[in-house]
Structure formats: C-alpha cells, structure tokens
Design a protein around this ligand. Sequence first.
Ligand SMILES: Nc1ncnc2c1ncn2[C@@H]1O[C@H](COP(=O)(O)OP(=O)(O)OP(=O)(O)O)[C@@H](O)[C@H]1O
Ligand SMILES: [Mg+2]
Length: 359
Amino acid sequence: MKKRNLAVVFGGVSSEHPVSCVSAKSVIENIKKDKYNIYMLGITRDGKWYLYEGDTALLPDDKWIDDKYIFPAFISPDTSVHGICVQRNGSIENIRLDAVHPVLHGKNGEDGTIQGLFQLAQIPFVGCNALSSAVCMDKACTNLIADNAGIKQAKWRSITKYNYDKNADAFLEEAADYLGFPIFVKPANAGSSVGISKAKDMPELKKGMEIAFKEDSKVVLEECIDGYEVECAVLGNNEPKASTVGEILPCNEFYDYEAKYIDGSTGLAIPAKNISEEKINEVRSQAIKAYSALGCTGLARVDFFVGKKDDEVYFNEINTLPGFTSISMYPKLWEASGLPYPDLLDRLAELAIEKGGKI
Ligand SMILES: Nc1ncnc2c1ncn2[C@@H]1O[C@H](COP(=O)(O)OP(=O)(O)OP(=O)(O)O)[C@@H](O)[C@H]1O
Ligand SMILES: [Mg+2]
C-alpha cells in the first residue's frame, strides 16, 4: 500500500505550548513509519509556522527552533493545494497531505480555530470538528450541553466580565448562596488549570474572579465535589468506544498545572482503584453520552468525579486533544484496554480519513 502523507502539527500560541512539544515527540516517535510519511509542522509561541526536518529529540524546550532544518511553511486554505506550502532555497513547494494530526493543547489548537483551517482546506484531521472543539473548550457551553443531555455535574454559574463589572456583589452573593463554599473559580476558556482557584470564603472568591478574568472574559463557578477524580478515553466517530477508567491520585490541593506537568507529584491508577466495577461502567457509559452530546469525533478524554460520600458520578470536563506524552492518561488508558500506542495513532489517522475532508 502507498504510504500516506501525515502532518503532525505541534507547539502553538498557547500556555500549553511546552506540553504540546513533549506530546508531539512521543506521537512522532510512535507513528508507524512503514505506513506514514511524517511532516513535522511546528508553530512557535508567537505564531510563526515552520516545517521541521530535524531530530525529534530537539522538540522539548523548543530547541527545534534553533536547528538548521527548519523552513517557513503553512497549511494552505486552498483546497487544490490540500496540504503544506513550504519555502525552501527561494522557491515554494506544495506537499499534498492525506491527513493532519494536530498535537496542540488549549488555545489556538484545541478550540476549533485550527480545525476551521483544516476544514477550509478540506484536509482530513484527527479529532473533533471546529464546532465541537469550540464548545468543549468553553466550560460554560460544555456545562449547558451536559445539563441539556441529562448528564449529572456540579452545580454551576457563569458570568461575563462586562456583566460582572455592572454588579459584582449581587452575582457573588447569589452564586455563593446557590453553590455554597468552597467554590471552584475557572476561566471559561483556558485549560491546564491556568487561572483556576478554590475559594473558601467571599474575599477568596473575589480574588479568584480577578485571577480568572485575567485569562478570559467569561468565568465559571462550580460547587466543589469531594470525590475521586477519574478519566475515561473515548475513541471513534459514529460508534465511539470507551476505554477502561483511570484515577488521578493527587498530592496537591487539586490537580493543578504543577502537579500535572512539573513536579510529577501525581500518580495514576489504571484501572481506578477507589471506585467499584459498577461505577467504572457507569463512568464509561456517561463518557460516551457526553462525547456524543458534544458532537465529538476521533477522540476525547472525559473527566469525572465520583462522590466520596454519595457515590454519584459527576461529569467535570472533556478534553478534545488530551495530553499525549508517554506518561499521559489517554494513551495509557488505551494501552490498558488492549490498544498499544502505535496502533492507537494509526486508528486516529484512519478515523480522520474515514470522516473525510469535507465536513
Ligand atoms: N467542581 C469541582 N470540584 C472539585 N474539584 C474540582 C472541581 N473543578 C475542578 N476541580 C479540580 O481542579 C482541577 C482542574 O479543573 P479542570 O479540570 O476543570 O480544569 P482544566 O484547566 O480544564 O484542566 P485540564 O488541564 O484537564 O484541561 C481538576 O482536575 C480538579 O482537581
Ligand atoms: Mg481537567
């Protein structure tokens, strides 16, 4: 069979740029080289695009940017190009692609913006379409749809900066009364726990609103769920499948950016060890329900809490391009469910091609 041309896009203008570069290294190293020609397309922190032909060892810490094997390049929105335009030795070359695998997290990667470009170009791509990506990125939109689909979650409130500034006290009093302290304060669009805080009283809540509004002009407040934190990997287009369920065993106050990526203080248990077999199955079915209600395709990691006291399953959030490093939950969950990492990557590209470029 003819090899397929697959671009892996990494980096990006996002606070999660460093994680993306680490995820991309694992992805590129594990893609089946007998089946795919890989084109590494890097986006710098300030938004410059390059085709990178150097060593994957230089991806972490952005060392690839200083390598001599980088060439200005971009994905053309022109459907007749159907791929990458690269500038090399003074001339422009077009590389036709069969699919794109965006290994980007957070803003400008997971939020529908780059998915819109792939859709314009009619190139098949791994993951959710622009609409679903945008909705899953925005915690207020996600929560609205989850409520509408009858998926149980923490009580919540949301407000824009403009409306908050008009009457902050009335909003905070009503929200505190409805949710009860402690309250989780989150920017609607951020990711990787950036701008999130847990408020124990009104002064902390006010401070938390300020922190969250630095990241986004819309903020979500949530009732605090005292529960085990569990995650499920979902894979597929029209008939999505759920993996086994994993559990986060945190050491910090909550599963924050430090715990996740920097100090390595977080342990994972696969399968989850503090919840029953029955709850594992309930999480799996709720994960598929959320995935379908939010219009996901390709993949997503769906996160839940299982209440320590009431044993109820609460949906928390959905990540349409979850972490993909060798220690990340999504690939580990599939590995534990019998799908090794290279086969998982192959399946993702196949799902993209199956869905096609004209969405
Ligand atoms: N309602 C809640 N009750 C209890 N803990 C919560 C709640 N919401 C968030 N948390 C804690 O805060 C962490 C970060 O919250 P959340 O997952 O919503 O943010 P995120 O920044 O989108 O994370 P991700 O990196 O997974 O995209 C959770 O992993 C959990 O530990
Ligand atoms: Mg999370």
